[in-house]
Design a protein around this ligand. Sequence first.
Ligand code: FE2
Length: 285
Amino acid sequence: MIDYSDEDVGNIVLLEHVNVQVPDQAKAMMFYIVGMGFTRDPYLNIGLGNMWANVGEQQFHLPTRPPQAIDGHIGVVVPDLDALKDRLASVQEGLAGTQFRWSVEADHLGVTCPWGNRFQCYPAGPAFGDMALGIPYVEFLVGPGRAAGIARFYDQVLGAPSKIESDAQGTLGRVQIGRNQSLIFRETEAPIRDYDGHHIAIYVANFSRPYVFLKNRGLISEEVRNHQFRFKEIINPDNDQCVFLVEHEVRSLRHPMFRRFLVNRDPGQSQRQYRRERDAFIPYS
Ligand SMILES: [Fe+2]
């Protein structure tokens, strides 16, 4: 019997933004907007204190503060890898002297931002559902033996279907989000960098159950305000031991920004090769 469980969506319905501080908005603009081809949110945070960079239905939030970097990498889906290569080459000189670099890998482009965040950029395809531009996953590196406890936390506390997998690089925990996103926790023997305060924002259908669980254990790091709370300690629910640190901004579906329309442009548009009525980009294939 086919049980059609592929049709199910877990309690985390959307991974919406990744927040990493940047020390220099001019370089951030050159990397995220000119190089990566994302779109600056035209409505919110339009000054020099912060920038929101729209990537399909997701965003990077980039407040101006000392830099932060995720120990791991961020998956990105782009409509055209060749066009991305050209754009990255065009910012090479402007970003000289930073950590910015990029390389062509077997099935993706590896890109490092000026402050060390790593991205793996893939072309749209069946593996990413109908996402033509977006952030399909964030992969965090975790210590040996941690993935199982982390997966149980997301499964039992946040209600997000999670499982342990293994591939050529070893063991990973995969947390299913919405229709076509995930969080990945990959075990590594290499030393893990100290957590530097970056955060991710997720939307959950059932808000109260994770809230009460975390509240009862003193793990709410920012109380509920405007339909959201924060926590940063991921614990193994079997023994309440902390197994990983990363701040989550947890929003209910009543948050006013849920499914907010995000402006996306086609970075292929130019004055020389202008195509009428094609400034906007629809981030679905
Ligand atoms: Fe945030």
